[in-house]
Design a protein around this ligand. Structure first.
Ligand SMILES: [Ca+2]
Ligand SMILES: [Ca+2]
Length: 183
């Protein structure tokens, strides 16, 4: 399956325009993901912004629904420390109406590795018209990271209640985006 890295192209153009003074790495990156299923949770794109005030992760989907029966949910694993193997945080949330979200510390992938709640501002919002989920974390909540990268897993439930085949990772399971430098 073909993947594109929109952020890389944008940075190359910026580097040409501004010469050696331009930053070596992007402070935001966008990756697309193919349509793997027709379920509303299906992941189509991920954007990561490593801003001065906050880290923002925006995911786009096929057709998000308010209905709880969609079962749509996501886990964004955040790697903030190269020296410590795997992700240090996970932002988990339901994408249907009435669900909650949490930012947790984690020792790796999978809910058995999830730990205590992270301390600091974080917020999630779902835009059903845009099929978009926006997760925002303060730098303090992530222990003031430099570069960050994320791995994204979404899932859903079929109308018959089963969820077989409805897990969709950005690229491959447990694979991270490139590192995104602090802006
Ligand atoms: Ca997909
Ligand atoms: Ca790490």
């Amino acid at each position: 399956m073909r993947k594109t890295i929109a952020g890389t192209a944008a940075v190359s153009v910026a580097a040409l325009a501004f010469g050696p003074a331009a930053p070596a790495a992007a402070d935001s990156i966008g990756l697309t993901d193919p349509q793997d299923t027709f379920h509303g949770s299906d992941l189509r794109a991920v954007q990561v912004k490593n801003n001065d005030g906050a880290v923002v992760v925006i995911t786009n989907h096929t057709n998000l629904r308010r209905d709880w029966r969609s079962g749509s949910a996501g886990a964004v694993y955040i790697d903030t420390d190269r020296a410590d193997h795997g992700p240090e945080y996970v932002f988990v949330g339901g994408f249907y109406e009435g669900t909650d979200y949490r930012l947790l510390e984690t020792e790796g992938f999978g809910h058995k590795k999830w730990g205590a709640a992270a301390e600091g501002y974080h917020q999630m919002s779902v835009d059903y018209a845009k099929d978009q989920v926006r997760m925002r974390m303060s730098r303090e909540a992530l222990d003031n990271p430099g570069k960050v990268r994320v791995a994204v897993r979404v899932s859903g439930t079929r109308s018959d209640g089963s969820s077989a085949g409805l897990v969709d990772w950005l690229r491959e399971p447990h694979s991270f985006t490139p590192w995104v430098a602090r802006g």
